[in-house]
Design a protein around this ligand. Sequence first.
Ligand code: SF4
Ligand code: SF4
Length: 447
Amino acid sequence: MMLDYLPQILFIIALGGAILFFAKNVSSIRRNINLGRDVDRKDHKNLRFKKMMRVALGQSKMVTRPIAGILHIIVYVGFVIINIEVLEIIIDGVAGTHRIFGFLGPVYDFLIGSFEILAFLVLVSVIIFWLRRNVMNIKRFLSRELKGWPKNDANYILYFEVVLMVLFLTMNAADYQLQLSGAPHYFNEAGIMGSFPISQFLLPIIDGMSVESLIILERTAWWLHIIGILIFLNYLYYSKHLHILLAFPNVYFSNLESLGKFKNLDAVTNEVKLMMDPNADPFAEPEGDEEEVPEKFGASDVQDLNWFQLLSAYTCTECGRCTSECPANQTGKKLSPRKIMMDTRDRLEEVGKELDKGNEISSDKQLLDDYISREELWACTTCNACVDACPIGIDPLSIIMDMRQYLVMEQSAAPAELNNAMSNIENNAAPWPYNQQDRLDWAKEEA
Ligand code: SF4
Ligand code: SF4
């Protein structure tokens, strides 16, 4: 009796284990993101929602590069929609039923038929993606930062998708054949459940197999398919493919301000205003409440960044669209905005592992210098091309600016040319080394 329920028991154990492991990973990511400083992104809820629907769900920025964009949309739509079938697989697995949604009749036939066509398109797209990454010399896939794990990670997921789609089609082909053979548990008096526009072409391969062998084939493909999906779910934590989930909150919470608008520190802004106002009394008490001066200016490590920047580090797809638009990178500088995001995530994960062990965040290492060099930071022209190019609302420039702010305000470690310009602004209210009184001398000379 117990043996009759063994498959369902095993399925519930596998499903429960995968969900628990996933929940543990989600809570680690939440904890790590919450290490960041606070930033208010609760405003303009409607605007944010619309942006999320357009950019994350509608993938509106993907098609600026049409080939990669359209292929990505096929894989994305295929993957999301095909996984609606996972719901049926889960219910069948727990209840021991066969195609529980089959009662939907023509609607079910349409759904299964469209899943199969999408699965085929996903297979074709994934093969083209693999060729683009591994055979064609596309510059943004050849950068230094993609060597090793990032390249393997991208390939693993492509292999994964091929395996999942092949299992899905094999499972359907065997199921179809079993329904046609009138095998118990598969046969339905109302007729064939589902339509199989792609997997029907596999029937000649399995033609002649006994019902027992077909059941073994169908069950094996069914089990491997669902186990593969559960593994995929938990692999996300270690992979750039976290963007499948995090692109939505990342776009929702992304910056709504104009791209060129920089975040100013109130304490510094007030001081500069005072300095620039010829009528201001330099000895006057500050108005209102005492100014809030931050404990530390800028960022030298991940916990100095804000939570949105840390969320973005986990969300980055490593697509390199930002780097390929970056003028500093194009002119051979060391800077790559994609690497800025990858380094931030690597450091954040390192910090997370320390916390997992119950340790304090070690100051032996930090984001600045150990991951991101000063040369990279000062190579940035602050043009915002990377921010504009990112298809999921990531702002690598904000991290660069926060780290520069730390160098300037905490370490006085700006390049000499900048230090000169800043001293001049402080002393002469202009970047040039001339006294304010001499500013109009050129006009006298002209006269
Ligand atoms: S803002 Fe900086 S990192 Fe971004 S594209 Fe421009 S130069 Fe490159
Ligand atoms: S920051 Fe955006 S554009 Fe750059 S690699 Fe990451 S996802 Fe792609």
